[in-house]
Design a protein around this ligand. Structure first.
Ligand SMILES: Cc1cc2nc3c(=O)[nH]c(=O)nc-3n(C[C@H](O)[C@H](O)[C@H](O)COP(=O)(O)OP(=O)(O)OC[C@H]3O[C@@H](n4cnc5c(N)ncnc54)[C@H](O)[C@@H]3O)c2cc1C
Length: 418
């Protein structure tokens, strides 16, 4: 059945979709082909086209049809867990580098958003900071430790006591961490803006063209869609939750063991007159997230932990226990019995087996790159991930040496599950 997000509906009302070359038909050729037109694919197309490369995107549906047009619009630093958790899981040095990567990604986002703004294209960006909130005393104790570790490593984070939380949240949560450098965006507008910049730089977009087969040739790849083929020397897989499916077309069946399509659900209300919170908030280990837009609308998402069994799916239909929980939070915790729910939607994330993205060469397939598996945190990684891959392809990999191998897909193959 599917669903349409608040952001996609707003984007379609305001600007319509960017002009594309339509469906891929007949036999076409390009130097670099990209599969998927979310934040990863469109930004890869932008960096490559700006570097003078010939690039074409093949998208099953339309720009920002996937998670990139359906997410919370939180532009956060770091990983999805706390810094202390990250250090325990990945080690201190690696966590520092991951944190630096996401901060550099967000600086890049701000740069692009400013460039788009200068051309009259708004992405709804505000540098509001963000609030990570603890649902238990144990989680809050972890926050205390994280703030100390972040400060020691030179990152900005402030401890927030319970009494300093937004008033409506104080009876429900313990306290949290405020990250002043974070922000919020209208995600479908950002990705559509990226696509327009890429198109203006020479990238070609084929929409409504699902890739059904990929043939490896002596000189590269032939990407096949229902009524067309695209010949390319280099291939980038930017299909995130659909990477296992697309990877399978190249014999990379192992991806299915390491990337799990996972549904996230959201709702948006009509404008509410009371201002409840000033910045995007995420609570209870990130399972609950909510923000209030400039016009007063409440946008609430998460709660998949109340129904794990139904949410490991690629079905973008919204409903069930999770939507009930979102509404319950709105009515009971936020005390908004009258607020009108205008839209409910779902999107599909890609959870990786070690919680980190896969960015780099697809092992065993020379000339093919992959970026995805962002584990619900793609806005924090995708722009720089795409730029690193574009740098590799255009011979500028030395610019990203500090992040080399940080997210190399080989690390998962090395676990012996190929
Ligand atoms: C409800 C929800 C809330 C989220 N909140 C946040 C948040 O606040 N902050 C954050 O950082 N991240 C968030 N995320 C995660 C974030 O949205 C993703 O990590 C990110 O958008 C992934 O971008 P992408 O371009 O790699 O993939 P997608 O945007 O999913 O794009 C993949 C594209 O590939 C296309 N495709 C698939 N198969 C094929 C095929 N065979 N042929 C051609 N095209 C194909 C799809 O149609 C799709 O358009 C959230 C996700 C969801 C679902």
């Amino acid at each position: 059945m599917g669903s349409v997000s608040y952001w996609q509906a707003e984007r379609d009302q305001v600007v319509g979709e960017p002009a594309s070359a339509g469906q891929l038909q007949g036999a076409a050729e390009t130097d670099i082909a990209i599969i998927g037109a979310g934040i990863t694919g469109t930004s890869a197309a932008l960096w490559l086209a700006r570097a003078g490369a010939q690039v074409a995107i093949v998208e099953a549906r339309a720009v920002a049809a996937g998670a990139s047009g359906r997410n919370g619009g939180f532009l956060l630093g770091g990983t999805s867990e706390t810094y202390v958790d990250s250090i325990e899981r990945y080690g201190h040095e690696r966590s520092k580098r991951i944190w630096a990567f996401s901060q550099a990604n967000n600086a890049l986002a701000v740069e692009i958003i400013a460039a788009l703004g200068a051309s009259g294209w708004s992405c709804g960006y505000q540098r509001t900071g963000s609030l990570r909130i603890a649902a238990s005393e144990e989680e809050f104790a972890e926050h205390h430790r994280s703030v100390a570790l972040l400060a020691a490593d030179g990152w900005h984070a402030e401890l927030v006591e319970r009494a300093q939380l937004p008033a409506c949240l104080q009876s429900h949560y313990q306290g949290g961490i405020y990250y002043p450098e974070d922000g919020e965006i209208q995600p479908a507008l950002l990705v559509t803006g990226l696509a327009r910049l890429a198109r203006d730089a020479g990238a070609v977009f084929y929409d409504h063209s699902p890739v059904s087969a990929i043939e490896r040739t002596a000189t590269g790849f032939i990407v096949q869609t229902p009524i067309g083929t695209l010949n390319a020397r280099t291939l980038i897989l930017a299909a995130n939750a659909w990477l296992p499916e697309v990877g399978k077309l190249l014999g990379a069946d192992w991806l299915a063991q390491h990337i799990e399509p996972t549904r996230g659900q959201m709702l948006a209300t009509a404008p509410v007159s009371e201002r409840l919170f000033e910045c995007p908030c995420y609570a209870n280990e990130g399972y609950e997230y909510f923000r209030q837009l400039a016009d007063g609308r409440l946008v609430i998402g998460g709660w998949r932990n109340t129904s794990f069994a139904t949410e490991y799916t690629s079905d973008e239909t919204a409903g069930g226990v999770v939507q009930d929980q979102l509404e319950r939070f709105l009515r009971e915790t936020l005390r908004q019995p009258q607020a009108q729910i205008e839209r409910r939607w779902a999107g599909i994330m890609a959870f990786s087996s070690d919680g980190l993205p896969l960015i780099g060469n697809l092992p065993g397939v020379p000339g093919c790159y992959i970026a995805g598996g962002y584990t619900g945190h793609g806005n924090a990684y995708a722009l720089l991930a795409a730029r690193m891959i574009a740098g590799d392809i255009t011979g500028r990999s030395q610019e990203y040496q500090e992040y080399a191998n940080l997210f190399a897909p080989e690390r998962l193959l090395a676990q012996g599950e190929a």
